[in-house]
Design a binder for this molecule. Structure first.
Ligand code: FMN
Length: 163
């Protein structure tokens, strides 16, 4: 069973999440690169695109259909899932039933709402949702939540496969 974790990370937090998740699930990693959001000038474009709801066009992932399951995740910008992960949900997850998602915020406040907004972009309810924030990374709480996410992701998809 092959799993691909597709993530965007501007400042490294979501990359840390994606790498840890990949270790736990023996998954491959695919980073989304969007140069327009780099650096402090990129903050302005990040905010602007999230306000107007614009999404960048992402490069195709050639072997996407060879993966049995995908996970899409990244940061929260202005209370919404960041533009690159909204784009990934729209461009890579069309029609798929085998998805998990994660969002990474600055603090806990926007996690529930941003995760709900991201989940709503998928054709099928994501099999599992992981939410974390800057100061939680690497903590025991983070590892426990990751345990729950990995278990739920694997079990839900096994159940769907055999239903
Ligand atoms: C333009 C911009 C807007 C942001 N808005 C929010 C926000 O509304 N809520 C929040 O929790 N974090 C917000 N953040 C912080 C990031 O979501 C947070 O630091 C996240 O952990 C960064 O992930 P990354 O290192 O993978 O980019 C914002 C960051 C940027 C650059």
């Amino acid at each position: 069973m092959r799993t691909l974790i597709i993530y965007f990370s501007k400042t490294g937090n979501s990359q840390q999440v994606a790498r840890r998740m990949a270790e736990r699930l023996s998954a491959d990693l695919q980073e989304i690169l969007c140069d327009q959001y780099l650096g402090s000038a990129g903050d302005l474009w990040a905010g602007f695109d999230n306000i107007i709801g614009r999404t960048p066009k992402l490069a195709p992932i050639n072997d996407l259909n060879e993966y049995d399951r995908i996970i899409i995740g990244g940061p929260i910008w202005l209370g919404r899932p960041s533009a690159p992960i909204r784009a990934a949900a729209e461009q890579y997850a069309k029609g798929r039933v085998d998805c998990g998602i994660f969002v990474c915020g600055m603090g806990p406040e926007d996690l529930d709402s941003a995760a709900k907004q991201l989940a709503a972009l998928f054709d099928h309810k994501p099999a599992a949702v992981f939410k974390t924030h800057g100061s939680m990374l690497g903590s025991a709480e983070f590892e426990n939540e990751l345990d729950r996410f990995c278990g739920e992701f694997t079990n839900q998809l096994e159940t769907t496969k055999h239903a």
